[in-house]
Ligand binder design. Structure first.
Ligand SMILES: [Zn+2]
Length: 322
């Protein structure tokens, strides 16, 4: 679907990137199919993804008001320094003195916010995303045992930040659980735009039906309505997205979603404010389906989350190094 989506312009081949890209895509598809077959055959350490929309819509299983009860393994603390408590919107952390990403700015958008469930009035307020009006933010989903998506996204974001900083990148967050709610989807895009980010990744996990498994990367469709004009970022965002999908398969061993993206792990959408309002290369990743027990077993594992962060990181590095 995503390669020929009706509302999507096929990417304009760019010389060297295209060759590398073809390799990446070539690596992705068979690897993914292989991964999936393996996955089905042995129920191995694969992974599942989501129906796109669930990422922004609280599933019926909105996390209970009580704090998450399950933290899977005792290694679910991301390595590296504990994030500071000061407000993180615009907060930058110390990049390594040198590295392949020296001088590059990466904005990480941990999906939802652990405090959103206490601010339903604020997050239900509508904001303009160019094509239409949409809720400011949502609570996100959770596993059947109560491990929340909002906690998952922050954990993976912290791990990813550490990996990118080690390679010299300047990393900014849209939120770090230090805001009472949100930010709204339009402000999340604005933070990346204002930072003139070289790449932005929004981290999510889905709340789809049991048995629906695999990850998927969401790419911006070409939209030009109101404040939304994604034309300038469609090709670069696809390049970023394809590389992240390729390295995510490689590093996690997970297969692309088996219910969106036709096995490609890529989906193009025009109804996400965070993408529509972006003026810099940006993708969303749905790392797995929290409502599927096999996926949940992976998503609640610190060791798997570290692999997921490495997969996203290597995709970003591959994109920025070109
Ligand atoms: Zn989400």
């Amino acid at each position: 679907m995503s390669y020929v989506g009706p509302d999507f312009d096929p990417p304009q081949p760019r010389h060297s990137r295209r060759r590398t890209l073809t390799v990446a895509v070539a690596a992705l598809v068979p690897g993914a199919l292989l991964g999936w077959v393996m996955y089905e055959a042995v129920g191995g350490p694969g992974d599942g993804g989501g129906s796109g929309n669930a990422a922004v819509r609280p599933s019926s299983a909105t996390p209970s008001s009580t704090a998450p009860t399950v933290s899977a393994t005792n290694d679910d603390k991301p390595p590296g320094p504990t994030p500071t408590t000061e407000s993180t919107a615009d907060s930058t952390s110390a990049p390594a003195a040198s590295g392949p990403l020296k001088g590059k700015v990466v904005v990480i958008d941990p999906g939802h916010n652990p405090n959103n469930f206490q601010h339903t009035a604020e997050i239900n307020r509508k904001v303009n995303i160019g094509t239409n009006w949409k809720e400011c933010d949502t609570t996100g989903t959770s596993t059947n045992d109560g491990y929340t998506e909002a906690k998952f996204t922050l954990d993976v974001a912290h791990r990813l930040r550490t990996l990118l900083q080690k390679q010299g990148a300047t990393v900014k967050f849209t939120q770090d659980g230090d805001r009472s709610w949100g930010p709204c989807v339009d402000e999340r895009a604005e933070i990346g735009n204002k930072a003139h980010a070289d790449a932005v990744v929004s981290i999510h996990a889905d709340g789809a039906g049991a048995g629906q498994r695999g990850f998927h990367v969401i790419l911006p469709a070409k939209v030009n309505a109101g404040a939304a004009n994604t034309g300038p970022i469609v090709t670069s965002s696809r390049d970023l997205g394809e590389r992240i999908a390729g390295s995510f398969v490689r590093l996690t061993g997970s297969a692309p979603s088996n219910y969106v993206g036709d096995g490609t792990g890529l989906v193009t959408r025009k109804d996400l404010g965070g993408l529509n309002l972006s003026t810099v290369p940006k993708v969303f990743i749905e790392c797995g389906n929290m409502r599927d027990s096999k996926d949940a077993a992976l998503l609640t594992s610190g060791a798997w989350r570290q692999k997921a962060a490495r997969g996203i990181s290597e995709g970003i590095v591959s994109y920025l190094e070109e």
